[in-house]
Design a binder for this molecule. Structure first.
Ligand SMILES: [Zn+2]
Length: 489
């Protein structure tokens, strides 16, 4: 049993300023055996494929893996970039010869201006290269998909956790489905529904209402022997594409009617939850005041999730923390490469400096903020991720400079966006986590896999930005009628 494997995965924030190009993606590309070796042992879709292949003595034929690069989110892939990698996958699979099936780890929120349904196009190109063999796809739950993808593929499987901690499990489910299909034990049959809802990522945490209700319903359906997998992808709101928003996909064993019934059932439940998926969040001024009040009551530390910042330079929340005289806080990254490099060449650890940082990447980023503090760390930290997401991954960070502003207030000025999904991003620059009352993360939900075990309160705020919670503040061009809350009441 020979199964081709490839991954071309990008979450494209079309509201971001910089295009996604070959130059940006190529440094992270892996080819041939490296596709498997680079991910072995680290939780991922491909590691899930590897586990099943080893168990079942199937041969994996790895072609290419390419996707998100570290740093700020980027905008539309240019056509050259899409064609290069999509065609490399198709050609590589064709040249591999004699394949029995293909497993593709895609994302679902890739955006290419001239190809508005890129994941479906990848599958079609693979289909024309390999012919009529099973092609199965794994997706991130931030996927924007419609019938084009389910029409082109044999089965689609979407992760069910946000923070994403089940990519390996989803890889295993897809690979098992592939193996059983190739043995003739299973006939994958899928149905898709689109309830017509889009929501900000910050509302999509899978352990909480409303998404938990939907995943519980999926798992209920999955208890049936003839149901292989039921997926809900709530979608990715920051890609301005025609198939934006939630999709429900059910995969059954040769039962189209049942697949349609399940997809319809879950889709209807989702529609009833549309308001909970778009409830208002506090703005920085009232939010920071509330956080300070919670700290005074003894709740510490509090994690503020600045979900809107996709470029890493937003100052709205930092400005409020300074204005309202918060103490004992850390911001693990305000991205400002110019200021970081200037400091590297003109100052050293122990110096007191005054700098003006942030607020440069977009009109949504807020004003640059003046900071005076002592440099307590300057360097390019290396660390290993310790949280449940991609635990064990080694990170070589860009330049990071931590200023202590006094009163145990720490701001890291960084060469690139720093998310800090776990504590390593802070401890690697010398921050004592236990001393903090407030931690500001440029994150929506991923940080919760780690920080919910540490923080007294997770406090999402809706600061202005490229990825706001209130989607009606964005201007969409490609979204059709009937998508709540953008184009439907
Ligand atoms: Zn995601």
């Amino acid at each position: 049993m020979r199964i081709g494997v490839a991954s071309f995965s990008h979450e494209t924030c079309t509201f971001c300023p910089d295009p996604t190009t070959i130059e940006r993606l190529e440094p992270g590309a892996r080819r041939g055996e490296e596709v498997l070796e680079g991910t072995r042992g680290i939780p991922s879709y491909i590691n899930g494929f590897i586990e099943v292949a080893e168990e079942e003595k199937a041969e994996l034929v790895p072609i290419l893996s390419v996707g998100m690069a570290p740093g700020p989110y980027t905008s539309w892939l240019d056509r050259e970039c899409f064609d290069k990698y999509a065609d490399e996958i198709a050609t590589g699979l064709a040249e591999a010869g004699d394949l029995h099936g293909v497993l593709l780890a895609l994302h679902g929120a890739m955006a290419v201006k001239s190809i508005l349904k890129p994941e479906a196009e990848i599958v079609r190109r693979v289909r024309s290269a390999v012919g009529d063999i099973p092609i199965m796809v794994t997706l991130d739950l931030h996927a924007n998909e419609d019938h084009e993808l389910t029409d082109a593929s044999d089965a689609v499987f979407v992760i069910k956790t946000y923070p994403h901690v089940d990519s390996e499990e989803t890889g295993i489910i897809a690979a098992r489905c592939m193996v059983q299909t190739l043995r003739g034990e299973f006939t994958p049959t899928q149905a898709l529904r689109r309830p017509g809802i889009v929501s900000a990522s910050i509302y999509q945490a899978s352990d909480f209402h409303p998404m938990k209700d939907l995943y519980d319903l999926c798992r209920e359906w999955e208890k049936r022997d003839d149901v292989f997998c039921v997926s809900v992808a709530p979608g990715y709101a920051y890609s301005d594409v025609p198939d934006i928003g939630m999709s429900v996909i059910a995969v059954t064993d040769d039962d189209q009617e049942l697949a349609e019934e399940i997809a319809e059932n879950v889709s209807k439940r989702a529609w009833s939850l549309r308001e909970a998926l778009n409830r208002p969040l506090p703005r920085p001024r009232e939010g920071v005041a509330e956080v300070i009040r919670l700290v005074e009551e003894g709740n510490r530390p509090i994690v503020i999730a600045d979900g809107a910042d996709r470029t890493g330079d937003s100052t709205h929340i930092l400005e409020e923390l300074l204005r309202q005289e918060a103490e004992n806080f850390a911001v693990p990254g305000i991205s400002d490469p110019d200021v970081a490099r200037d400091l590297e060449s003109s100052a050293q650890e122990g110096d007191e400096v005054t700098v003006t940082v942030g607020g440069w990447a977009s009109e949504h980023s807020g004003d640059p903020v003046e900071l005076t503090g002592v440099i307590e760390y300057m360097g390019r930290p290396r660390f290993t991720l310790v949280g449940p997401m991609r635990k064990g991954t080694r990170v070589q960070d860009g330049l990071a400079i931590r200023l202590n502003l006094g009163s145990n207030r720490h701001v890291v000025i960084s060469e690139r966006m720093r998310g800090s999904n776990d504590s390593a991003g802070l401890t690697s620059v010398g921050v004592d986590i236990d001393s903090l009352d407030i931690i500001v993360l440029k994150s929506r939900v991923h940080h919760r896999a780690f920080w919910d075990h540490v923080a007294a309160v997770d406090f999402p705020m809706d600061a202005p930005g490229i990825g706001p919670a209130d989607l009606t503040t964005l201007t969409y061009e490609h979204v059709p009628e009937g998508i709540y809350p953008i184009s439907a009441e």
